[in-house]
Design a protein around this ligand. Structure first.
Ligand SMILES: *[C@@H]1O[C@H](CO)[C@@H](O)[C@H](O)[C@H]1NC(C)=O
Ligand SMILES: *[C@@H]1O[C@H](CO)[C@@H](O)[C@H](O)[C@H]1NC(C)=O
Ligand SMILES: *[C@@H]1O[C@H](CO)[C@@H](O)[C@H](O)[C@H]1NC(C)=O
Ligand SMILES: *[C@@H]1O[C@H](CO)[C@@H](O)[C@H](O)[C@H]1NC(C)=O
Length: 397
């Protein structure tokens, strides 16, 4: 009797709000990195500035400053909420500074940008032994039941930036990977994380509304890149299976409706419009793709550059050449000029090549700066026994 009353109460409480598949919160240090969000001039014909670089400052390893542990990680993307800028990185390992031994590891972790003038300074807030080295983006209970087993674990890896939806809310898409043994894995789908910042208590909450937002039977919208323009989120996904990473497909959703699948629409280049019917990738569909690359894509960032008067896609291709390239378009849906320009050739380490290349424009969007004239470029560097993100500051001519 008591039991059924409880069930009833729970049902009533849930009627208004969806229970997330996974959720957790972390206190964060109060470190402010103010920036000014851009206001893209949608559908204005670009008067392009060249992509030549006049200055490069290499900041090398992005490192956790004054931290208890020596922290190594890879991949990663960033966004800013209420003037707090945070990074979400993939596989993270913490080493004791005294013994050099591994003390903890997690599928992903979060760290705060300390100072935009020193882009390599970070302050980790999720690699915490007392919580059992939980990943920052939480596993569902089912996924968590596999953690600790390197052979059949799940992995939640972020290889692109999150996007701000409101001053206190951001959205992040990334793939869910399932390992069959230590070396082979499959992408089962992608998932969405919602980050909510409480600027008063300095707390960030990370929620996954559902285990999978898109199963691997559809395109992984948002896992390649996301951009918000005029209160609409544009989500780019690569067709790996049928196009070999050459085709990028696009979905969009109005800000405020991002957790309701019924509000998502899908782009079809052939008709030039969006439809509520999701294209089903049973074959390559390049006529429907928003971008058909001349090289296969690997990782990238889409953003509006005031300086270039255009949307830019800064990316690494699928080849191991460690080169940042750029494409441009007058709107998020294009037409994308697919003839790329090399922005910067990074130097690989002993691991042979760099990966996970992305751009972080918000580091140089302070009051008085022209957004897009300066960029932070970020990539994973492979050292002899470790991998870590490196940062560069480039200035366009
Ligand atoms: C962020 O910082 C800027 C500059 O200090 C300030 O003008 C703005 O109001 C801040 N934004 C928020 C959401 O606190
Ligand atoms: C898609 O995910 C399923 C598990 O849901 C898996 O069995 C299948 O191999 C995956 N497909 C690809 C192409 O990775
Ligand atoms: C397309 O991009 C290339 C490389 O940046 C540039 O040379 C070319 O002028 C662009 N084409 C158009 C139509 O803007
Ligand atoms: C890179 O590896 C070398 C050789 O093991 C080591 O001396 C150096 O400290 C490493 N660099 C970083 C930033 O970890």
């Amino acid at each position: 009797m008591i039991f059924s009353t409880l069930v009833l109460l729970c049902t009533v409480a849930l009627a208004g709000a969806q229970t997330p598949a996974a959720s957790q919160s972390f206190p964060i240090p109060s470190i402010l990195t103010p920036y000014v969000p851009t206001k893209p001039l949608y559908f204005k014909t670009p008067v392009m500035k060249p992509f030549t670089i006049s200055k490069v400052v290499n900041w090398w390893r992005m490192n956790d400053w004054a931290q208890v542990y020596d922290i190594y990680r890879d991949g990663g993307g960033s966004c800013s909420l209420y003037n707090r800028t945070f990074w979400v990185y993939c596989d993270t390992t913490a080493y004791s500074k005294t013994t050099g031994k591994i003390v903890g590891a997690a599928s992903n972790s979060m760290t705060l940008a300390m100072d935009f003038n020193y882009p390599n300074r970070l302050k980790d807030f999720t690699m915490i032994p007392s919580t059992g080295w939980k990943p920052a983006i939480p596993f569902t209970d089912y996924e968590a039941s596999f953690s600790g087993n390197i052979g059949t674990r799940y992995a939640l890896w972020t290889y692109t930036n999150c996007v701000q939806l409101t001053p206190t809310r951001a959205m992040h898409f990334f793939n869910v990977q399932k390992f069959y043994n230590a070396y082979s894995s499959k992408q089962y789908g992608n998932t969405m994380a919602i980050y909510t910042m409480d600027p008063v208590t300095n707390q960030i909450t990370i929620e996954r509304p559902e285990q999978y937002w898109y199963l691997n039977t559809t395109y992984p919208y948002g896992s390649f890149a996301s951009v918000v323009v005029n209160n609409v989120a544009y989500l780019y996904g690569i067709d790996r299976l049928y196009s070999g990473n050459y085709d990028v497909h696009l979905a969009k959703v109005p800000v405020g409706y991002e957790t309701n699948r019924n509000y998502y629409r899908y782009y079809d280049a052939a008709s030039g419009g969006f439809s509520y019917t999701m294209p089903v990738p049973t074959a390559r569909r390049q006529a429907n793709a928003v971008i058909q690359g001349t090289q296969p894509f690997s990782t990238g960032t889409v953003f509006w550059s005031d300086y270039h008067n255009a949307f830019l896609l800064v990316f690494f291709n699928n080849w191991v050449d460690s080169t940042f390239r750029v494409l441009s378009a007058p709107s998020p849906i294009g037409p994308w000029n697919v003839s790329n320009t090399v922005v910067y050739q990074s130097t690989p380490g002993p691991g042979g090549y760099n990966y996970g290349g992305n751009a972080s424009p918000i580091y140089y969007q302070k009051p008085g700066q022209v957004a897009g004239k300066d960029l932070m470029l970020q990539y994973t560097y492979q050292n002899t026994s470790n991998r870590y993100p490196n940062a560069l500051h480039v200035t366009f001519t």
